[in-house]
Structures are given as structure tokens and as C-alpha cells.
Design a protein. Structure first.
Length: 208
């Protein structure tokens, strides 16, 4: 009797396990179009994160390269990004996701905007400024465009603190960060940067 009970119990374990996996397969079959765009989006995220990590390693901010864009794995962003880039392009959903992404990631200049109407922003801390640069470098590798040309076309749409703009321009041109110097001190830059011609700056290797 006890042996029969064990067999019946084992049968139900196998039975419900089989049902569970059949339901999963059925779900994937019904939503196979979604699965394709989710898979494409997942590959896109990991490829981008790898490029960002490579760029961040060059600037010695490895941890930021590792945790970069983790909010893209949240459902509100992941689904909307997949729809927008690989599916139905539901613009309203993507706008919410993009706003969520900006507010969760300090390497976006939008995070530091104080007043859009007055076009005022806080200065970006160095480590987030460099991460933003690495993000743009990674995107230029993915889409095969020039980061300086892209920045020149789009910088007027950005709201940046003046110090952030100076440092960012030097970072894009030279790979080094610029800091405003005291008036009596000479510029210690050993590289050519257009920002240095209009304002006295100190250019140093980017650090966290």
C-alpha cells in the first residue's frame, strides 16, 4: 500500500511538471513575435553594455561600466524599448520609458536639469560625465558615426552647466577632462583643445 502511494505521488509530480513545461511552451508559441523582439532587445542591451564597459575601463571607472544602464532590464523600459526598436513603435510607452531611464541614470545630462524653461542645470560630477562620454562612444561604435560630429549637431538641444560643457568639449576632443583654473595660474594643458583658447582651464586625465 505504501509503495502504491509513493508511485501515485511520483506520477503526479511528473504529471504537473510536464503540464508546467507544456504551458511554458504554449506561452512562447502564442507570444513568439514578442519573444523575438525581446531577444533582439536583450542582445542589443548586452552588446551596448559591453562596449560601454570597454570604454569605461579605459577611463578607470570599471564599476560604472558594470552597472551602466541596469534600469533597461526593468519591465517598464525593457518592453517599451523592445516595441520601439524591434516591434510596433508605441511612442507613448517609449516616452514614459525614456523619462524613467533619464531619472534613474545619472550619466544622462537630463538628470541634472534644474529648469528646462530657464535652461539651467547643475554641473555633472566627473564620474558621470565620463560615463556619459563612454556611453556616446559606445553608441558611435554600434551605429558607426563620429561622436564629435554628432555632438556638434545636438549640443544646442542639451541643457548643460557651463563647466560641464567645457569639460565635455575637451573630453570629446582630447579624451581628457578640463577644469576651470584660477585666473593667475597658467593652463597646464599638454594637449590641444578649442575650449582652452577661450577660457583658462586645467586639463587632466579623467578619473573617478
Amino acid at each position: 500500500m505504501e509503495e502504491m502511494t509513493d508511485k501515485i505521488g511520483l506520477f503526479f509530480v511528473y504529471f504537473w511538471t510536464a503540464i508546467f513545461f507544456l504551458l511554458i511552451l504554449l506561452y512562447f508559441y502564442i507570444h513568439r513575435s514578442n519573444m523575438k523582439k525581446y531577444w533582439k532587445n536583450l542582445k542589443h542591451i548586452f552588446r551596448h553594455k559591453w562596449y560601454v564597459l570597454e570604454e569605461c575601463c579605459k577611463h578607470e571607472i570599471v564599476w560604472q561600466g558594470i552597472v551602466h544602464d541596469l534600469s533597461k532590464f526593468s519591465w517598464i523600459e525593457f518592453r517599451a524599448y523592445a516595441d520601439n526598436f524591434f516591434g510596433d513603435k508605441k511612442r507613448t510607452d517609449f516616452d514614459y520609458a525614456w523619462l524613467h531611464h533619464q531619472h534613474k541614470n545619472k550619466h544622462h545630462w537630463n538628470y541634472w536639469v534644474v529648469d528646462q524653461k530657464k535652461k539651467t542645470a547643475l554641473p555633472m560630477p566627473d564620474k558621470y560625465l565620463v560615463e556619459m562620454f563612454c556611453d556616446w562612444k559606445a553608441m558611435s561604435r554600434q551605429f558607426d558615426n563620429d561622436i564629435k560630429e554628432w555632438f556638434d549637431k545636438n549640443k544646442n538641444k542639451m541643457i548643460l552647466h557651463p563647466d560641464t560643457l567645457i569639460s565635455l568639449e575637451c573630453l570629446i576632443e582630447t579624451g581628457y577632462l578640463a577644469y576651470i583654473s584660477e585666473p593667475e595660474k597658467p593652463c597646464v594643458s599638454s594637449v590641444s583643445c578649442s575650449s582652452c583658447s577661450s577660457i583658462q582651464v586645467t586639463v587632466t586625465k579623467s578619473e573617478e
